[in-house]
Design a protein around this ligand. Sequence first.
Ligand SMILES: CC(C)=CCC/C(C)=C/CC/C(C)=C/CC/C(C)=C/[C@@H]1[C@@H](COP(=O)(O)OP(=O)(O)O)[C@]1(C)CC/C=C(\C)CC/C=C(\C)CCC=C(C)C
Length: 597
Amino acid sequence: MGFEYVFVHIKYTIPPAVLLTLLYRPLFTRLDAYKIACLITVAVVSTIPWDSYLIRTRVWSYPRRVIIGPTLYDIPCEEIFFFIIQTYNTSLLYLILSKATFQPIYLRAERTQLHPLGPANPQWRYYRFLGQVGFGSAALLGLQMVKNGGMSTYAGLILAWAVPFLFLLWSLAYQFILGLPFSNTLIPILLPTLYLWLVDTLALKRGTWVISTNTKLGLYVWDHLEIEEAIFFLLTNTLIVFGQIAFDNALSILYTFPRTFHELPVLPSPYLLVRALLHPASKYDEGRIQGLQDAVQRLRKKSRSFFLASFTFQGQIRTDLLLLYSFCRVADDLVDNASSEPEAQMWISRLRAFLDTDYSEGKSSLVNEDYINLNFPAETKSALLHIPTTKISKMPLKELLDGFDMDLAFSKAEQPPPIRNESDLELYAHRVAGTVARMCIELIFCNYQSMLTVNDRRRILDAGDRMGTALQLVNIARDISVDAKMGRVYLPMTWVKEEGLTYISIVKDPRGMRVEKLRLRLLEKAFAAYESAKDAIEELPVEARGPIRVAVESYMEIGRVLRQEGYVVKAGRATVPKWRRLLVAWRTLGRKSTMRR
Ligand SMILES: CC(C)=CCC/C(C)=C/CC/C(C)=C/CC/C(C)=C/[C@@H]1[C@@H](COP(=O)(O)OP(=O)(O)O)[C@]1(C)CC/C=C(\C)CC/C=C(\C)CCC=C(C)C
């Protein structure tokens, strides 16, 4: 009996596990735990018969002096622990590196020749076939090597065991394996492989584990690292990453095509996951994939705070929020970028009519698609078509349009400025942002089960409304100069007068002590609304608390920067440096809930 193998774990496999866990802890969700647990189960169950065979046939052995004793089918318990910890470490690395990726946009519809629009992405089927030929040949080679016996036995056994699994995973998830960025595929395979090669070199050198000379090829990658060991770690890490990718591929299919897969549980069963992977790519809804791609592009380009926050949402809610953002952004831009007040008014009327049709009973989605095609620019189509109206009520959307309507009063020379006093400011902020918060919360309630009563929900929605208002006040405080350039002043005229200023004087020169005083007054109001609402976040379903904190805090951080003297202005706006935004996200995610329900 000895502790050498245990020390390998203490020194080399447990420290990275602790480090990765600490790093990922604030982002760790139930779904992540489920994914890792599934993979560990498959890894342990599939490796035990193979490893047991290797040990019994003495291809592979452990001197008695290095292991503590207990075995399962002759496999030392330290070895079983190795399967678990390797799967855990590589999986965590994959999860960390793929956090920023919104995987559904990597789905590719594969139209055939018979499709009315002609074939699309025909190359994918060839890629799949080529991969299958490659993996199939490697598996056959492995079998042949085992059959030949002698020095090729161990290498053959590795190939014959691991490659059929790779063949299967490739066949199911080739689109993601090829399409995802290298940071999500190659890096999480190569980094742990290299690390384990180094650990293995040390273990073989010290004789912690021994490969029989009769069954190995006798080739080395470098001193003491047998080629078989190098292949083994490369293939097992590839299996783990391919397994995680296949999981994400299945989840992406489930979240992207709600017409085919509805009423999804937070943790989909293995049966549902396999059904999703077997759903033919020729049946993917291309329009929806396009809608999601456009939504991600819009968010990346237009809002750094919400783009960062979107990484922390997982599963269906991330898709829904992206689609909601896309709609809000497109609607806001249509009105803001109109060349005249009548044109902006026309967009608002058309958006109202679009919502009326979308929410009317028995409407056909085709009717609304025709309406969009006829009445809106082509580049806005995907945002309008995929807004998740089945999960949000009509009222906040209509009120959002009322908020845009208030903006139009700025361009009507005959009318007084729309924000005359504090109540007008509150109404405006409620309409353009309180409503957005309400819709976000409705989506959260729809996606996660909770024990909240109707009254609780109402109270949380009201708090959300106040929080949205707080964000909008920060937005106005940030943009005083930008808005003045467009001839707009969102500061209440009563406040402006109190400072001895006028609407015109601010439009002409939005700088100076008195404007700064007004900015601080606005921020004070914003932070008061924020303080009155922030505790309600801890009453949201647990999965949504951290991400909502990130969304809120990274925006409120703009307000905190504005409160400091000498803030940095870029393109007329105060900006929060990237490192500071990341720090805020990290801190808020890690914060413990004080009011768990
Ligand atoms: C993570 C993620 C993808 C979130 C998406 C949130 C979302 C749907 C935002 C819509 C944004 C939008 C374009 C709205 C149109 C009206 C508008 C311009 C509102 C202002 C947003 C500022 O965005 P941005 O800086 O990009 O805009 P401009 O530069 O001015 O063009 C707003 C300030 C409103 C944003 C308000 C929210 C996102 C609500 C936040 C509150 C919650 C989520 C609820 C908190 C919950 C509790 C219980 C307190």
